[in-house]
Ligand binder design. Structure first.
Ligand code: AMP
Length: 400
């Protein structure tokens, strides 16, 4: 019997990712995805003990129906599993300035998440639906919320403020919040262990490179700057998001092409990044294939991706002073030795020298240093956001 299991829920507007995690060692007992909410073909797929299964959900199902199915038809079917649960952990995208750490859910927390919803409308409303459905399904289990923005709340004002009229910050909360905090936190803890340094003395640059991508400067274990902004649109070149652009481009597109603001935002969020540049895909594997075949626009997409990332990393020498390691994580960061090589080559001014054998070996979930002896350190650390959520939930429950 192992009373350390946490049901981790990551509720989006039209889908829900879930996992049952052992908070002590990160073992994943079940993982799955419910999708196509509010559509006739709402469905669910999951993996349990290596077995893949799937089912349709009643037409137009959403969060409550999906959670009820997960509890009744998956979890309760495994003898003794539900009895080992200690909490439900919820991933929350935006905690604004209100939430600087994970918290036990009560009515005021739900209100707080609703208050931050203007900063992430699609996500935060869905998170509240997920919390309420989980409370109904597990009335006696503590619910814990873990915020993607919380890790970045240690940024100083000079890093999080935009040079806009100050009232926009005071009245409308316009500032940099940063995202992927749960991943950057995990990577920071793991880097401290790997480099054998106390957490409060480690300086790293963490590059989370997935469909969404962000980089964070971490000084003495705390975030001091990051590339995403008030929303996840800012910073690096991403799968379909543009990252940093001149804001006047928006007005230019509206006046020259007659787009609505919504139309321009759709371009910036869904038609830009690797997809927009390459014209072939937002998927980095397809971009890599195009690059290998000499496709010009795939090559340009690769080059822009690595150049923007290297520039961000170099700029974080300013707040950090000393860099103990650059850490690559996320689907691209964990798997593409080529992008790691390209980025580190652009940073030769700092002395990085890649060990190609180690670099090519660090993939498919393998952690390791990828630079030669004597070079400043760059490494790969596979992220595990679900485990952070499970650990935080377990810590909070243990303190009750
Ligand atoms: P994530 O959002 O962290 O799941 O990462 C998704 C991104 O990782 C997509 O762009 C994938 O193409 C990319 N990715 C996954 N596996 C690989 C791989 N073996 N090599 C390069 N990129 C990969």
């Amino acid at each position: 019997m192992n009373n350390k299991l946490v049901l981790v829920l990551n509720c989006g507007s039209s889908s829900l990712k879930f996992a049952v995690i052992n908070a002590e060692n990160g073992d994943e007992i079940i993982s799955g995805l419910a999708e196509c909410f509010n559509l006739p073909d709402a469905r669910l797929k999951w993996k349990i003990s290596g077995r893949k299964e799937s089912s349709s959900l009643p037409a137009n199902s959403a969060h409550a129906a999906a959670i009820s199915y997960i509890v009744e038809k998956i979890i309760k079917k495994e003898a003794g599993l539900a009895e080992q649960f200690i909490a439900v952990g919820h991933r929350i995208v935006h905690g604004g300035e209100k939430f600087t750490q994970s918290v036990l859910v009560d009515d005021s927390v739900i209100e707080g998440i609703e208050e931050c919803a203007s900063l992430a409308p699609l996500h935060n409303h869905a998170h509240v639906l997920g919390i309420k459905a989980a409370q109904a399904a597990f009335p006696t289990l503590p619910q814990v919320t873990v915020f993607d923005t919380a890790f970045h709340q240690t940024m100083p004002a000079k890093a999080f403020m935009y040079a806009l009229p100050y009232t926009m910050y005071k009245e409308l909360h316009v500032r940099r919040y940063g995202m992927h905090g749960t991943s950057h936190l995990f990577v920071t803890n793991e880097a401290a262990k790997a480099l054998n340094k106390p957490l409060d003395q480690i300086n790293i640059i963490s590059a989370h490179l997935g469909n969404g991508a962000s980089v964070a400067a971490i000084k003495n274990g705390k975030c001091v700057d990051t590339s995403m902004g008030m929303t996840p649109l800012a910073g690096l070149v991403m799968g379909t998001r543009c990252g940093d652009i001149d804001p006047s481009i928006i007005e230019y597109l509206v006046t020259r092409k007659g787009y609505s603001i919504g139309g321009v935002m759709d371009i910036l969020q869904k038609q830009s990044g690797l997809l927009g540049i390459s014209g072939i895909s937002s998927d980095f594997r397809v971009i890599l294939d195009g690059y290998a075949e000499g496709n010009e626009r795939a090559t340009l997409a690769m080059e822009m991706f690595s150049y923007r990332l290297a520039k961000y990393i170099a700029s974080y020498a300013v707040p950090l002073g000393r860099i103990d390691a650059i850490v690559f994580t996320g689907g691209i960061g964990e798997n593409s030795h080529l992008i790691r090589t390209k980025v580190l080559e652009l940073l030769t001014i700092f002395g990085y020298q890649v060990d190609q054998v180690k670099n090519e070996a660090a993939r498919l979930g393998k952690q390791g240093v990828i630079t030669v002896e004597g070079s400043p350190i760059a490494m790969v650390i596979p992220t595990n956001e679900e485990w952070v959520i499970a650990q935080d939930a377990a810590k909070i429950v243990a303190a009750l």
